[in-house]
Design a binder for this molecule. Structure first.
Ligand code: NIG
Ligand code: FE
Length: 416
């Protein structure tokens, strides 16, 4: 049995607490052990405590990781990302810098459809190579679990291709990847003007294959005017649920189309984006116990100013999650620390609330709260060491990496 003793952490941020997602005031308590340490046995957390306690408890042959006054956190759990795609959209980024809007670019054939063309043209191996490069950057920012959506294939073969790439990322990247089927991300050109026909394809051909080949845990949809309205979203998601998938949803991002209420009605696990959601939508999420996943990176990168109402959500008692929404169009950042910065400056979430939202609450939103998201005995030893003395510095400094090293199951996957 291999034992590792992590010692001399200025702060060991454990997130220890109730065995459920954290709400209200609980989000402010990240359970810091000052001058902390941790014992790891066979890749699992065996004990946490002060560094002195851990040194006493460690067997003589334990491997020592001397953190040297740095900060240790659970690895970040990024619960909303689109890391598999062909090419990038740097041209559209420049067009937006010159004044075009995301909606205008999409309406003229760019946007999701332009990534669809590049993704269809790429082989599975090419997509995997490109995605592995992105995943190395997630890891370099401290992420150890990543949700990954399909949604740039938009045909039976290309959606299945994306999901197979997502599965092999989980085998080859060093971190756990949670697969989500997003066939209803946009209507592809061959179904232009025939959304109902595309919905049939999603329900009758894509979903049965996804389920039969066990390629996804969740089904997602882009619920938005010009993409999938509430009626068609309801049909597709009810069918996905019947076929055995749980639900995550892109709602109320660009317009308020009652997406939060629909997520509540359908019993979705999460409702994501929510930039335009008002009090009634927030109340509906609370009543149905849906977790909001907030994505300030996409608001920032699209140059918009309306961020989701995080304070109202926390005060209402929602178990808020923060994620990157990493994708080539609206949020090209794999950095949870950047998201913590945006959440603090634009959504008035404290660094502690942000860390809770990107660790334990995110883990529960992915059905993994009993295994990851905090550093407590019995949990998987996924953690990151940062070059700071106070975890709040992660949100305070921005635009620079502060990661020292990253560990999954007690094994170092990044850093020296
Ligand atoms: O979450 N909103 C829809 N999907 C992505 C954007 C996808 C894209 O532009 O490629 C999002 O922001
Ligand atoms: Fe997204």
């Amino acid at each position: 049995m291999k034992t590792i003793a992590v010692i001399n952490a200025a702060q060991l941020v454990t997130l220890a607490g109730p065995r459920r997602a954290r709400i209200g005031e609980e989000m402010s308590d990240v359970a810091v052990v000052n001058d902390g340490g941790m014992l790891i046995r066979d890749g699992m957390v065996a004990a946490t405590g002060t560094s002195a306690q851990i040194k006493r408890a460690a067997p003589a042959d334990a491997e020592i990781i001397d953190v040297n006054g740095r900060v240790v956190l659970p690895g970040f759990v990024d619960a909303h990302a689109h890391p598999v795609f062909g090419g990038n959209r740097v041209d559209e980024f420049e067009m937006r810098a010159r004044g075009a809007s995301y909606e205008e670019i999409a309406a003229s054939g760019g946007g999701i459809r332009s990534t669809m063309r590049r993704t269809r043209a790429a082989t599975e191996a090419e997509l995997e190579q490109q995605a592995l490069q992105h995943l190395r950057r997630f890891i370099a920012c401290g992420t150890t679990t990543l949700e990954a959506k399909s949604g740039y294939g938009l045909s039976v073969d290309d959606e299945l291709k994306m999901l197979r790439v997502i599965r092999s990322l989980g085998d080859n990247s060093g971190i756990e990847v949670v697969p989500t089927f997003l066939g209803a991300h946009a209507v592809p050109p061959e179904y232009e003007g025939n959304i109902a026909g595309y919905a049939e394809l999603v329900m009758n051909e894509m979903l049965p294959r996804v389920v039969a080949e066990d390629l996804a845990e969740y089904c997602d949809i882009f619920c938005e005017h010009g993409y999938f309205d509430s009626d068609i979203a309801r049909r597709i998601l009810k069918d996905a649920k019947r076929q055995g998938l749980q639900l995550r949803m892109h709602v109320d991002q660009l317009t308020n189309s009652g997406g939060a209420a629909l997520a509540a009605e359908l019993g979705a696990t999460t409702a994501d984006h929510l930039e335009q959601t008002e009090h009634d939508g927030i109340a509906a999420l609370k009543a149905a116990n849906v977790q909001p996943v907030l994505l300030p990176g996409s608001v920032y990168s699209l140059g918009k100013t309306r961020y989701p109402r995080a304070r109202d959500m926390i005060e209402t008692g929602l178990a808020v999650v923060l994620a990157t929404d990493f994708n080539p169009g609206s949020s090209p950042t794999p950095s949870i620390p950047m998201v913590l910065s945006l959440a603090a400056t634009h959504m008035k979430m404290t660094p502690a609330e942000g860390v809770t939202a990107a660790t334990i609450n995110a883990a529960y939103s992915l059905g993994r709260g009993d295994k990851i998201g905090s550093l407590e005995p019995g949990k998987v030893a996924n953690f990151a060491i940062f070059d700071c003395e106070d975890f709040r510095e992660l949100a305070y400094y921005f635009g620079i990496p502060q990661t020292h090293s990253v560990y999954v199951r007690g094994e170092r996957i990044f850093g020296l």
